[in-house]
Design a protein around this ligand. Structure first.
Ligand SMILES: [Zn+2]
Length: 431
């Protein structure tokens, strides 16, 4: 049992170093325990203390962050009854004056402090989970099979295929009622054979747990075997907001936020709403209908544009064919700001010009265009046409294919189209 489990509200703690060794194979440790905040240039140390206020992960609750002396703790894991702190050099050396710089010596006194915002947040989500789990089970018989504490949202996996809106509302109302009542949460340490364990939730203990067991109790609501750190009164949860109930593999993942996360979420949503109001120039209540109106208008505009584009393509292809200079071996047509629909209409209406190779380029966006090369029967040999087409495609960083007398490619070097035109003109001259 660690100090953090006995006194979860302790933020500063003096203790003694039991061991401190530099980790040689940082990559391996990273692979084993995931040091997400590890900077590659840092030296990594593995530190064991006589006791700790930094919680090693367990019971679904992530580990704490904090400092030992001036050194930064980037990960804490549990190995049996020992907490292993993974530690790197801190930002300031000023604390080094009192000898708290890395590496620590065995027997050295050190001061441990905790990243309290992170810990309080974890406690609020974890105790919140116990409460929702208890109420969902008591009121509707939905057992919790697992839970996940995420960076933004957390979820509780309920053993039910469905949950109604009314049930969700009832659970939310009940848990927030208990929070208003400020019900006490207590921790009791019992022996493995204590009869109290029979009535407590979650008796699937890890194999390496020996000796004493912790029972976390929300007075009058439920008892739960748990190694995590918890609030002392439900009032410290402030509020719980249930979010989405997502069906997954025959169960329900019930998303929720608890504590400060409720305020944070509300603040973010409020800001977002303000931005939307500014953009759509309307009040919050009319936002959904405003968006819907815009969507309808956009759909209609797209439809109209599609029809116009098709008509335009049909007209432009006619005009292109009218300007028929029979002496030219290459005829090029370029169009920008059109869509693939325009291009396919153009190709459909195009047909062939017997004596020339037709080069069509349609630019959709800055770095995206489609090109077509169409071989007129009397313009160039098939094999030469194939070679020339592929050259053009390479020149424009394209990917394409030849089908019959038509070569088509998607290209990205839109700026080099003029270069491709002169290449084609020169190549066809010699044919
Ligand atoms: Zn728990």
């Amino acid at each position: 049992m660690f100090k953090c489990q006995r006194e979860p509200f302790l933020t500063q703690f003096e203790t003694v170093v039991v061991s401190c060794e530099e980790v040689q194979d940082v990559k391996l440790v990273n692979k084993q325990v995931g040091l997400e905040e590890m900077v590659p240039t840092d030296k990594l140390f593995k530190v064991v203390l006589e006791d700790t206020i930094l919680f090693p992960e367990g019971g679904g609750q992530p580990d704490d962050r904090g400092t030992i002396g001036s050194a930064k703790v980037i990960r804490v894991i549990r190995d049996g009854c020992t907490a292993i702190h993974y530690v790197v050099e801190g930002t300031g050396k000023e604390n080094g004056v009192d000898g708290s710089c890395l590496p620590f010596e065995k027997g050295q006194k050190v001061s441990v402090s905790i990243d309290w915002n992170r810990r309080l947040d974890h406690m609020q989500q974890h105790s919140g989970q116990h409460l929702v789990t208890a109420i969902a089970d008591q009121m509707f018989g939905f057992a919790t099979t697992s839970w996940y504490l995420g960076k933004e949202d957390s979820f509780i996996e309920l053993d039910t295929k469905q949950i109604s809106k009314d049930q969700l509302k009832t659970i939310e109302d009940t848990v927030n009622g208990h929070i208003r009542d400020g019900i006490a949460c207590t921790v009791e340490v019992v022996e493995l054979d204590d009869p109290k364990l029979k009535t407590a939730r979650g008796r699937n203990l890890p194999d390496d747990v020996k000796g004493n067991i912790r029972i976390v109790t929300i007075q009058g609501v439920e008892s739960n075997v748990c190694c995590g750190t918890h609030v002392q009164s439900l009032s410290q949860l402030q509020a719980i907001k249930l979010l989405d109930a997502v069906p997954k593999k025959g169960k329900i993942q019930l998303y929720f936020v608890s504590g400060n996360r409720v305020l944070k979420r509300f603040d973010e949503m409020h800001k977002r709403e303000g931005e939307l109001m500014k953009t759509l120039k309307t009040n919050p209540l009319d936002l959904p209908s405003s968006c819907e109106k815009m969507n309808v208008a956009l759909r209609n505009t797209k439809k109209a544009l599609l029809t116009l584009n098709k008509s335009l393509a049909a007209l432009e292809v006619k005009q292109f064919l009218l300007e028929n200079d029979t002496t030219k071996k290459l005829r090029h047509f370029h169009r920008e700001n059109v869509d693939p629909e325009y291009a396919s209409t153009f190709i459909r209406e195009m047909g062939t010009v017997k004596t020339a190779v037709i080069f069509l380029t349609f630019k959709y966006e800055a770095n995206s265009a489609n090109i077509y090369l169409i071989r007129g029967e009397d313009s160039v040999e098939e094999s030469a046409f194939k070679t020339i087409s592929e050259e053009v495609s390479v020149m424009l960083s394209g990917k394409g294919s030849l089908r019959g007398n038509q070569y088509q490619a998607k290209i990205t070097k839109v700026g080099d189209i003029a270069k491709a035109v002169s290449y084609l003109e020169n190549s066809l001259k010699t044919q």
